[in-house]
Design a protein around this ligand. Structure first.
Ligand SMILES: Nc1ncnc2c1ncn2[C@@H]1O[C@H](COP(=O)(O)OP(=O)(O)OP(=O)(O)O)[C@@H](O)[C@H]1O
Ligand SMILES: [Mg+2]
Length: 272
């Protein structure tokens, strides 16, 4: 049984959280998902039988030390990668049985991606960057631009639509990237360390913007982060360690350590 830990440290079982969310089917569900990377004879078990559920309309953080499997798990949920074993369900679709082409087509319709280093195309304006995912649809250029402008308005950058990425600050570039993730109106938005390359003030802006996508638009957002401040913005945090999802007391302890870090507290050590 997995525990979901709310920002206030309150723990729910998956069953309780499902009750809390009015018996809705979870948007995301994994069943004993493992991902093994093979290099020659070496095997790296990046994820080991992870089972979790994420209700629709929640803003969720994946936390844990470097190498604990956060990005690996996020990539599976975003349809960027497939598991070695186990089931991955997102928005009613089972992903682990799709082939590469089916997965790419599914991803284009259902997932918005946000990266640490923004990944904007330097020779395209903000508007054209945002409109890019719509090239895979049947919409004409005028409609693509109109939707890009709406997405830019949501992130507060409507007056920067014709600017190129190099003329935007890091925080603004990340807001353009968020608009690009939004423009297809995806079921799921995933963000891998979206504040990792930003200063504290811009990080807060991005976290509250993601929070607003959840509150105002009902988006489900999964964010990989090392940032303890993120806990103030998310509905719940999953804690990973060495490829496994921490549960029960272990999860609560990991959570508490991050809460202490976020409040600037120092854990004292008893000297011998
Ligand atoms: N393509 C790959 N080939 C081989 N091993 C990989 C590959 N991708 C990840 N790994 C390994 O899988 C484990 C989990 O990696 P992952 O990138 O998911 O960690 P992470 O929690 O996101 O870490 P970080 O916080 O540093 O980004 C690590 O041991 C990593 O070295
Ligand atoms: Mg990572």
């Amino acid at each position: 049984m997995s525990w979901l830990v709310s920002p206030k440290g309150k723990r729910y079982t998956v069953a309780q959280m499902r009750w809390v969310t009015n018996h809705e089917e979870p948007l995301v569900r994994t069943v004993a998902v493992s991902r093994i990377y093979r290099r020659g004879v070496d095997e790296i078990r990046a994820l080991d039988r992870v089972s979790l559920e994420i209700p629709a309309g929640h803003f969720v953080a994946f936390m844990g030390p470097s190498g604990s499997g956060k990005s690996t798990l996020m990539n599976l949920l975003a349809g960027l990668d497939r598991p070695s074993s186990g089931e991955v369900w997102v928005a009613g679709q089972r992903l682990d049985i799709l082939d590469e082409d089916e997965l790419a087509a599914w991803r284009a319709r259902h997932v918005g991606l946000i990266f640490q280093f923004f990944n904007l195309i330097p020779v395209l304006s903000a508007r054209d960057n945002v409109a890019l995912p719509l090239l895979l649809t049947h919409l004409d250029k005028r409609e693509r631009s109109r939707r890009a402008d709406i997405a830019l308005r949501i992130v507060g950058l409507q007056d920067r639509a014709s600017h190129y990425p190099r003329a935007l600050s890091g925080g603004e570039q990340q807001r353009v990237a968020i608009a690009r993730a939004l423009v297809t109106d995806p079921d799921l938005i995933v963000a891998d360390e979206p504040t990792g390359d930003l200063d504290a003030r811009n990080a807060e802006t991005i976290l509250s913007l993601l929070r607003r996508l959840r509150s105002d638009f009902g988006k489900t957002i999964i964010m990989v982060t090392h940032d303890p401040r993120a806990l103030r913005f998310v509905d719940m945090a999953f804690h990973l360690d060495k490829g496994t999802l921490l549960e029960g007391e272990e999860a609560a302890r990991a959570h508490e350590a991050i809460v202490v870090a976020a409040s600037g507290g120092v854990v004292g050590h008893v000297l011998p």
